[in-house]
Design a protein. Structure first.
Length: 311
């Protein structure tokens, strides 16, 4: 890969840091395209001297995208948001990237979407993800799409959010308690991206990637409580109350859930039986257990000195 120039849109985000590190390790030259390159400088030490470039880019701006892709062989799009202007970042962005990739003769285009991408989804997030895939494939039919389940890792806003709440409250509400997830480790998703980029036979394919465990929202909260040694009481919040809370507070800073995220909880987030995943790419999925010692320890009352006694 030492002769390849790869542009990674969103290369300094939560998933982006792992993808950037994985691709830099192959010897590829990597260009990080983000809105503010100053916030991406921590990526530089992951590679060798001159191996990493940075460029300011808003993927909703076609001129920015075209400039970021100049001289590149491969493009990877990791940009995604959980609230805000879905049309701009999930639809216009992928369209701009695919259009420029086709015009510039890019060899490979990989787009990270999400499980739950569906034009008929009740959530704007799910609809926008599907529309983005459609727009991408319209201009670059040979693009490869990766749909992860919920991604977890040291810097995530998933396990950490629940662990922070469970560590502080004696009673914890659970929204969408029966909804199933298949949490996938961020470095495993990065390995999937690397495997697709560094080998052939993936053009036009869709991969759905998840971890080895399928777990409900309630089960996940109970698992976290056990992992950090907290005795808490969980109660399932009725859908009506959860919907009202999401409507009233969903757009407030620090709000636990948006109205659209509540709608997303109406469907399971697990890989499809008819789609290839990590196994097909030769990757062994990492279990949730890794989070216990790697970073959830900080939520224990005595940190790493926690013993089997309940806090």
């Amino acid at each position: 890969m030492t002769d390849k120039q790869i542009v990674i849109f969103g290369g300094s985000g939560f998933l982006g840091r792992y993808v950037s590190q994985a691709l830099l390790a192959t010897g590829a030259r990597v260009r990080i395209a983000v809105r503010n390159p100053l916030n991406a400088q921590f990526i530089k030490p992951m590679g060798g001297l001159g191996q990493t470039q940075f460029i300011a880019c808003d993927i909703s701006n076609p001129k920015h995208v075209a400039a970021a892709m100049q001289g590149c062989d491969i493009a990877v799009n990791l940009v995604g948001i959980l609230k805000g202007d879905f049309e701009r970042y999930h639809v216009d962005g992928p369209r701009n990237i695919a259009q420029s990739a086709a015009q510039l003769g890019i060899d490979k285009l990989l787009h990270v979407s999400a499980i739950g991408a569906d034009l008929n989804s009740e959530s704007a997030y799910g609809r926008s993800r599907a529309a983005g895939e459609q727009a991408l494939l319209e201009y670059f039919p040979n693009a490869t799409i990766v749909r992860p389940s919920i991604i977890f890792g040291r810097e995530d806003n998933f396990l950490n959010q629940f662990a922070g709440m469970i560590s502080k409250l004696p009673i914890v509400p659970v929204i969408g308690g029966d909804t199933k997830f298949q949490p996938v480790f961020a470095p495993d998703v990065a390995k999937a991206v690397e495997a697709i980029i560094t080998s052939n036979g993936h053009a036009g394919k869709i991969y759905e990637v998840g971890g080895p465990e399928v777990i409900t929202m309630r089960g996940l909260n109970e698992w976290i409580a056990d992992a950090i040694g907290r005795d808490v009481a969980f109660f399932d919040m009725p859908d009506g109350a959860a919907s009202a809370m999401a409507t009233l507070t969903g757009w407030a800073p620090g709000a636990p859930i948006t109205r659209d995220q509540f709608k997303m909880l109406g469907n399971d987030n697990v890989v499809s039986d008819d789609k290839d995943g990590l196994k097909a790419l030769g990757i062994a999925a990492t279990p949730l257990e890794i989070a216990k010692q790697e970073w959830l320890v900080k939520y224990r009352r005595n940190g790493r000195f926690f013993d089997s006694a309940r806090a």
